[in-house]
Design a binder for this molecule. Structure first.
Ligand code: PEP
Length: 240
């Protein structure tokens, strides 16, 4: 099982101290095969990489520019730059960026450049509340997958993160049966090798007890709760 911590635009150098607990946990037997990945803001990736030097915790960026080349793109970093400072993963297509105008086509370019830079991609998809109410969840997910992964033959380094937009930061999670069926639907879109599919949206130490029973989920993308080492560790422990 994968546990991805998305720190969003939170954290500074003093947050590094909170990682000691997680590092100890990652080296203990209690981890029970769970794979931890931290996606801090870009300003902290190097420091995280140094801190995690001697452990198995992965590091990822939260977004990247679509160009694999350096260039005049003020305020942006590309996947090569993330790789260069120690990232192994990058989140692409998060709804908070889609809301800012990131299109499926742009996401497709970003994924391609990240794979070229040898980063693993955590590709976020998910429907909004109004799309859910209009019963468009499946057509939206199909479109996001189709365009987002267009012309990408080798998908072995792509994880899908199903994050219903209405579940992010809201404290509300999908009904277990609905979530099972949606994950099943997502997996059915892949003919050859099934991707790992993570669930994200308000995962916390309380609701993990129900979420872990959904047996086609391969892990969790955790936002708010991941900023607390205790909550993040609790989520992992309660999954097993
Ligand atoms: C996210 O932003 O990826 C996320 C899952 O956030 P939260 O856990 O806070 O809902």
């Amino acid at each position: 099982m994968y546990f991805v911590a998305n720190w969003k635009m939170y954290g500074n150098l003093s947050s590094l101290n909170t990682l000691d607990k997680v590092i100890r946990f990652s080296k203990s037997k209690e981890i029970k095969g769970g794979r931890l990945i931290y996606c801090p803001p870009n300003t902290l990736i190097s420091s995280f990489a140094k801190k995690f030097n001697n452990c198995q915790i992965g590091i990822g960026g939260q977004n990247c520019h679509e160009s694999k080349d350096y260039g005049a793109h003020t305020g942006h970093v590309n996947s090569r730059m993330l790789k260069n400072i120690g990232a192994h993963f990058v989140i692409i297509g998060h709804s908070e960026n889609r809301k800012q105008g990131e299109s499926d086509k742009l996401i497709n370019l970003k994924i391609k450049s990240a794979l070229e830079a040898k980063l693993k991609v955590i590709f976020c998809i998910g429907e909004t509340l109004s799309e859910k109410r209009k019963k468009k969840t499946r057509s939206i997910l199909s479109k996001q997958i189709k365009i987002g992964l267009k012309n990408i033959k080798n998908k072995s380094n792509i994880f899908i993160a199903y994050e219903p937009v209405w579940a992010i930061g809201s404290g509300i999670i999908p009904k277990s049966y609905d979530l099972f069926k949606t994950i099943e639907f997502i997996k059915s879109k892949f003919r050859d090798k099934l991707p790992k599919v993570l669930y994200g949206g308000s995962v916390n130490p309380e609701n993990i007890t129900n979420l872990k029973k959904i047996n086609n989920i391969d892990g969790f993308l955790i936002g708010g709760a991941s900023q607390s080492a205790k909550k993040f560790i609790d989520i992992v422990k309660k999954t097993y």
